[in-house]
Structures are given as structure tokens and as C-alpha cells.
Design a binder for this molecule. Sequence first.
Ligand code: HSE
Length: 402
Amino acid sequence: MKNIAILGFGVVGGGVADLITKNCAEVEALGGEQINIKYILDLRDFPDSPFAGKVVHDYSLIVNDPEVDVIIEVMGGSHPAYEFTVAALKAGKSVITSNKEVVANFGDEFLALAEEAGVCYRFEAAVGGGIPVLSPIISCVKQNKITEVRGILNGTTNYILTKMFSLGDSFEAALSDAQAKGYAERNPDADVLGTDACRKIAILTALVTGKLIPTDKIHTEGITGVRHEDVLMAESVGLKIKLLGRCLVKDEGIYAMVAPFMLPSDAPLAGVNGVFNAVEVAGEPINSVMFYGPGAGAGPTASAVVGDLMEILRSGRHYAVPEFTKGDIGVADFGGFRCRTYISMVGVCEKCVESAFGKIHVIGTEGEYAFITPEMSEAETDAAIEKLIGRGGELKSRIRLL
Ligand code: HSE
């Protein structure tokens, strides 16, 4: 019998408890042992829940109980998740989490502590919800020379952008709809400002490069600046707008970023709609693979968490353990990142735009002057925009092309 404790009885914690209980025969057959949910830690009581008798409010009961083998941390946030995880690993208990914030900030420390204690630290559910992506990257893809990992890592923003494209909604209307459907929080900042996707690309970058880049060193833009006019311009030239997390491994260093990108409508990531997520990994000799599925929600996230539990029970530490550190990070200067860019400005003319950018592709001239630049570095694009602003131009939009 293996005893587990669940920290946090919200949407994901409830989903984990339900999955272990409803599918107990399958879960036990796979894990090879009976599983007992011994404790559920939460600040609240749940008198009407079938798990009411397991709810405790004092973490020391759990961490000091020698019968508890595995702790599932699904509280979210950095604190006290950080302190609880450190205490659990030091007490010789394996830890599983879906909490991308704590992994992105402290994952290196947790892996080192787990190694020292001879226990496991797993976080498959932290990226892509129910999509098995982290384990396949480290066990099936890592032997490639990986050149890029990129993905649609946030379901809420993908839902909003999909609505802006398919129904012509404004950003505000699409956000209200996402809130009404329970995808976006009442305070949607972490999703719409790109913070959530930034944490996820930090984790993916760590897996493929071995470097855990601090999130404040990852260039992060959300979707609040994407306008309906940009959606129409993109559509007119066969492009779609998606919020992408990208990590490119180049000779000069690692470029890690989150930003809206315009991509061809027939690109695999362009077909990922609604709250779905997808992660594409490119490298040699594999070329490119894509992982696709539901990126959030109680059931899919619980599936990934319980998958980690099965792996711990079945294999102990005999599985591919991710290795990454915060040392010697090697982040390239974002000013050197090269791409084509969609730009929309007012108060400019074709001649002055071409004098700043060189040969452009004009896509709209009514009201705003919208064009696509040649491939340039970020620093060159910044300088060209500044030049036009200095001549009375006003920037309305800037979205990079994939
Ligand atoms: N807010 C996140 C999203 C939840 O919308 O993708 C899953 O991490």
C-alpha cells in the first residue's frame, strides 16, 4: 500500500482524487500497488465531499508522517509550494506537481534535492496539461540535436485568438466569453500578458538545453495588443496569429520568448484552436514532431499527474530524470533575434517606409499603412521604427512572423 497526500483541493486536486478513486483498479494494476489517499491539505473544509474525512489544515501532519510516500502539490503559486516541496523532498518523499510557477522558479533546486534524497520530483502536468510532452522530450527526443521547441502553451489565449479569427470578436469580447466559460480567471493577467506561457517555455527550454532561464530574462509579450484590424490583415495574406512560446538554440546562445506570431494558415500550429495546446520540437535527425491535446482542465491535468504517480510506483528513480541548472545560462541578446515582422503605422508613406526598412511587402494602405518587413534583427527593426516615429509616424501594431 502506498499512501499519498494531495496539497490543494481545487480543480486539479479534486480531479486527481476523483481519477485515483474512480479508476482505482486500472491505477493500481499499472502502479503495482494499492494507493491510499491519506490526506488532502486545504485551508477550506469540504463537508459535502466524499473526501471530507481526509481534509487536514496542518502540513506538518503530512510531512512528518512516515507512512506518506508521495506528495502531490497542486496548490499553484510559488509560496508556500516552494517550502512544502523542499520539506517533503528532505523528508524522503517523492513530489509530483502541476504547478508551472514553482517548477519554472525552483525546478533545478527540487531536482537536486530529490537526487540527494533518492526520491523523485516529477512535473509532467506543468506544461500542456494532459499532453504527454515532457517525458517524451527527455526520453524519446533528447538524443536529437534540438534546434527549436515552440508551442501554443496557453489555452485561454488560444481560445481568445480563435474567437477573434472565427467569429470576428474584439479582444475584449473574446476575453469576456473566455471568462464566462471558466477558462480565464477573473484577473486574466497571467494568461493574457503571457506570464503563464513564459513559465512553460522556461520549463521546456530547461529540458532541451539543460539551462533554467530566469523568467525575467525571457522576452514576454501577451495578446493585449492584438487588434481586430491585425487579424483581418493577417487573414488577407493567408496568415493566422497565435501566441507562441519559442526557444531557439543558436550558435550565439539561446533565444527564449513568448509573443504573438503570424504563421501560415497551413502550418501545424495554426490548426490548433480553442483551448487546445501543442508543442513542436525541431531537431536533427528527427526533423519535427508535434505533441497536441487538451492543455488544461481537471481531467486532462489529473491524467498527467496520475501518470507521474504510476511512473514513480512502477520505476522508482529508474526513468529518464530531467537535468538542468541555473548556472552559465547563455541567453542570446534578444536584439540579435532575426525574423520578418508585420508592422502597421499611420502617418507614413511608402517611400519613407522603404527608406527605413528596405524592400517591404505592402498588405494594406487604407487608414493604416500595413506591411511585412524583410528578415531583420530586432535591433534593426527597432531602429527603423524609431526612424519613422521621428518623422511623425505612429506605430499601431508589430507582430513577428514565424
Ligand atoms: N491558464 C492556463 C491556460 C491553465 O489557460 O492554459 C493551464 O496551465
